[in-house]
Write a protein that binds this ligand. Sequence first.
Ligand SMILES: NC(=O)c1ccc[n+]([C@@H]2O[C@H](COP(=O)([O-])OP(=O)(O)OC[C@H]3O[C@@H](n4cnc5c(N)ncnc54)[C@H](OP(=O)(O)O)[C@@H]3O)[C@@H](O)[C@H]2O)c1
Length: 292
Amino acid sequence: MSAKVVVVTGASSGFGKLTALELARRGHSVIATMRDVVGRNSAVRNELIEAAKAEGNPLQVLEMDVVSDDSVEAAIARVIAQHGRIDVLVNNAGLMPIGVTEAYTIADVERLFAVNVFGAVRADRAVLPHMRAAGSGLIVQVTSLMGRFVIPFFGVYAATKFALEALAETYRYELSGFGIDSVIVEPGPFPSNLISSSPEPSDTDVLTAYGAVASIPGQIKDNADKSYDPAHPPRPQLVADAIAGLVEATERRPLRTVVMPEGVDFGVARINEAVAPIQNDMLRAMGMAHVI
Ligand SMILES: NC(=O)c1ccc[n+]([C@@H]2O[C@H](COP(=O)([O-])OP(=O)(O)OC[C@H]3O[C@@H](n4cnc5c(N)ncnc54)[C@H](OP(=O)(O)O)[C@@H]3O)[C@@H](O)[C@H]2O)c1
């Protein structure tokens, strides 16, 4: 297995951090990107660099705020200048709004799409010219089970993840001719900072109109960590392992990979299995069987 040059977004915590460490541990040249590396995230930056150095692993940390053209372009330009190529992009950065869907204003929804969706599109568009020129590459898009089904109060989050699913699947078809693969990782519920950083809706008039219902999202957040068995908490490392497996795959990769905590099954793999033949039939009917 030759070492790959891998860019990970949102590597300051959670799956992104674990994925960066796991890939570096496996000998890949990892560029762990995060926003605010000299400010709020300076401690985790140092922690990642020290951890990699202690184990002799190839990892560097670069500033990348996925909502900024300048930030993304500068980071990708630095990677290309230093490594000459990018083999893999892991689009992981994301936020998870939990709230009354109607109470998220246009500005709220735009801010969330700016990170979850446009941030991924921005990173894709920055790396793809280099991958097309190289005639190879892999984009791993981290979505969610909520890219395939919805739960009340997760409407805006699910909308961003459904959008990412559509983009990543379309990329799969359009980019295969360039030797570039696009795959989707759909994690189930794992403990992370997503709940504590969950953006609140701004429209207080709407929240008032919903009465007691408006308190349910807060209860969901308060109970999120209590739903785990403290003796056997879900292991987010499973997601890092799955992503590393996709990066290192030598056979054709599956389009979708569901990663659930041990012993949990919400049926998303069954949704994927049920939908795939319908999608493929539609492509055949459109005369596009060659992209399947
Ligand atoms: N945990 C779960 O149960 C779960 C389930 C399904 C899918 N996911 C998805 O997995 C991904 C990672 O989430 P996680 O669970 O590991 O949560 P997390 O620990 O909160 O990680 C989210 C990461 O995204 C980063 N981020 C947010 N806005 C950013 C921006 N503008 N530019 C760059 N980075 C930004 C955060 O950085 P800061 O530290 O700077 O805020 C953080 O590093 C997300 O896409 C999430 O939707 C998570």
